[in-house]
Every structure is written in structure tokens, then in C-alpha cells.
Design a protein around this ligand. Structure first.
Ligand code: TXA
Ligand code: MG
Length: 328
């Protein structure tokens, strides 16, 4: 979908929920209110829609996104709940709490949305408009705050329009968001840990858990900064060495290609996958993590990566490739 020049704003209601679901199903981007802040939603299972979402936000890096669902069964199709996570969900969902959990086997969320990580952030919002859109659409929706990267999170439809009009397909106006700060993020990947303070106070979480929370903060400006190091791997790291800016292929290497013309030696590649043969950066972003994983499994001595232009989503693609190359 190509975003309109000026993004339409629909008042919340059944017609808006239908239109939002239609736009999401077509791979488009819809801003909608949750109880915390306005989110910018895309079909979580559609890698190209997720790539467009990063582009609309102007994110210089692919930070992982929160998958929004309406019920526990839908959450369990995405993530594995340990006993702590079960307690938190039973007590505090729906509500402004996001759980970072192990990705479930068969989780349909696009690799780009979770930035190639083995964990996934899941949340069940407590807002009638968000719930109506999610229910009508019937699939998980990834939604970061609906602001341009580096700007503050929007709590009204007017804030969203000021940042994103003309860059997204639809804004659903459900009035000011009641909580006004983002959800609290708790990782349950071992001992539960607070990653971001937010709409649910820490004490309420500790009461539900019956124990205290460790604190592993992620930077407040989540849009630009990488995640904190420590127990959480901040980014996807392949086992195989990554060789960037490859102008020719060395023996035993696999090739991550970009564009139509392959480098010298490509015929001897252990395995070749193309991010986008037609040089489309949105398609390339959608393929990035799944291609890296597949090449990582090829038993090559290195993965040679062709240059990717440093424009549009290319900046984020190069950021992730540079981290993958450095991290060993
Ligand atoms: O209230 C909210 O949570 C809003 C509404 C729209 O739901 N959403 C929101 O999303 O604040 P966003 O993308 O602006 O912030 C999500 C944060 C980021 O800091 C991201 O790095 C972190 O969640 N996150 C997502 N997945 C993660 C993961 N697997 N591990 C660690 N952190 C993760
Ligand atoms: Mg944000």
C-alpha cells in the first residue's frame, strides 16, 4: 500500500474498526489508541508491512516490537508462558503490562518484528477501540508508539497526525489515552525482571508474583537506543562469521545478496539468498533476519554480504548487519 498524501482520521466505532482491519489485512499501517499511548499497528505476520512500519517511524534501527492480542489463547500461540508469566497475565491482563517471553514454536510473527530474537514482547491492551480493531482483524498486531523516531509518544490522534500524517494509511481517533505512559515491560525468561517502568506500578507486579523484581532497564528513548546488555541478548547474532561489503566471494562462503548482479565467485557459493533481487529496501528488510538464519545453517565458513545502499530502510539494515558482524 502507498500511504495517502494526508492520512484520513476516522472517529472510533464499528465502521472504523472494519476499515482498520481492511487496511491491516492489505499490509497497511493504522494508528489507534490503547490505554497507554497511541500505537502504530501493522499485521504482525506480514514482514513487508512491518518493514513499512519501521520506515514510517523513521527508525534508524530495527528494535523489536510488541505484539498485541485480545486473549490468552492468542498470546500462547506466540509465546511460552512460565509460571511467573501465567500469574502476571492472570492478574494484570488486559492492561498496561507487556511480557517478554520465549517465542513459541510455530509463532507466526515475522522475524523482522522481533528483530531476529528468540524472545517476543506480548501485550493484551485494555482499551475498547484497540480491542475492537484486534478482534475484527483476528490476528496479532505489532504496534510501537505512533510517533516519529526520537519524538515523544502520542496520547491524542492530533499528536499522531502531527508526526505521521501522509506516512501511514489510517488514524482511528478514540480520544485521549487514559494512562498516558507506555506499558510496563517485564521479561519472564528466567527470574522475572523489569525492563521498562510504565502503566502498571512495580508494586502491583511484585504483589501478583509474590516476589521482588530484578531491574534490567532498557533506555528510555527506546526508538534510538539498543537494548541493555546482560541477560537479554540485545540483537540477533549468527554463529557464522559475517563479512560485510563483499565485492567477491571467497571459497566456502555463503552469500547474502542484494540486487540483480551477483559478485565474482557467486557460482561457487555454499548457499545464496537475495535480500531483494529488484533492489527494494522494504523487501530486503522483511527478508533480513530469516535469510541470515537460513545462511547461518548452511555450514559456510563465513557469510559474505553484498553492500546495501545506506538510504531509507538501508540505514537500519546496515545497522543490524554491522552488529551481527561485530558480535563475535
Ligand atoms: O504502551 C505500550 O507499550 C505502547 C502501546 C502502543 O502498546 N507500545 C510501545 O512500543 O511503547 P515501543 O515499540 O515504543 O516500545 C517497545 C519496547 C522497546 O523498548 C523494545 O526494545 C522493547 O519494548 N522490546 C520489544 N521486544 C523485546 C524483546 N523481545 N526483548 C526486550 N525488549 C523488547
Ligand atoms: Mg516508543
Amino acid at each position: 500500500m502507498t500511504a495517502p498524501l494526508k492520512t484520513p482520521i476516522l472517529p472510533a466505532g464499528a465502521a472504523a474498526a472494519d476499515e482498520a482491519a481492511r487496511v491491516l489485512a492489505a499490509g497497511g499501517l493504522v494508528a489507534f489508541p490503547t490505554e497507554t499511548v497511541y500505537g502504530l499497528g501493522a499485521d504482525a505476520t506480514n514482514g513487508q508491512a512491518v518493514a513499512r512500519l519501521y520506515e514510517a517511524k523513521g527508525r534508524p534501527a530495527f528494535n523489536p516490537l510488541i505484539a498485541h492480542v485480545t486473549d490468552l489463547a492468542a498470546a500462547q500461540a506466540l509465546a511460552r508462558f512460565d509460571i511467573d508469566a501465567e500469574r502476571l497475565a492472570a492478574t494484570l491482563w488486559p492492561g498496561p503490562l507487556t511480557l517478554v517471553l520465549r517465542r513459541a514454536a510455530g509463532c507466526p510473527v515475522a522475524e523482522l518484528a522481533t528483530a531476529g530474537l528468540d524472545s517476543i514482547a506480548v501485550r493484551m491492551p485494555d482499551h475498547a477501540v484497540a480491542r475492537a480493531i484486534l478482534t475484527t482483524f483476528g490476528k496479532p498486531v505489532v504496534a510501537p508508539s505512533a510517533n516519529r523516531s526520537g519524538h515523544v509518544s502520542p496520547t491524542t490522534a492530533a499528536h499522531v497526525a502531527a508526526d505521521l500524517s501522509g506516512r501511514i494509511d489510517l488514524i482511528v481517533d478514540g480520544g485521549a489515552t487514559p494512562v498516558g505512559v507506555e506499558s510496563t515491560i517485564v521479561a519472564c525468561l528466567g527470574e522475572p525482571s523489569l525492563l521498562r517502568p510504565g502503566g502498571v506500578p512495580r508494586a502491583a507486579i511484585e504483589r501478583a508474583l509474590g516476589k521482588t523484581l530484578a531491574i534490567t532497564p532498557i533506555p528510555a528513548d527506546d526508538d534510538d537506543a539498543p537494548l541493555a546488555p546482560g541477560m537479554l541478548a540485545s540483537h540477533y547474532a549468527p554463529h557464522t562469521r559475517i563479512r560485510l561489503h563483499a565485492g567477491r566471494l571467497e571459497p566456502g562462503e555463503a552469500l547474502l545478496a542484494f540486487g540483480a548482479s551477483l559478485p565474482e565467485g557467486a557460482v561457487h557459493s555454499k548457499k545464496t539468498l537475495n535480500l531483494s533481487a529488484r533492489g527494494d529496501l522494504i523487501e530486503a528488510a522483511a527478508n533480513l533476519f530469516s535469510h541470515l538464519r537460513a545462511l547461518d545453517a548452511a555450514g559456510a565458513r563465513a557469510i559474505a554480504v553484498m553492500p546495501v545502499p545506506h538510504e531509507g530502510l538501508g540505514e537500519a539494515i546496515n545497522d543490524r548487519l554491522a552488529r551481527a558482524a561485530a558480535d563475535r
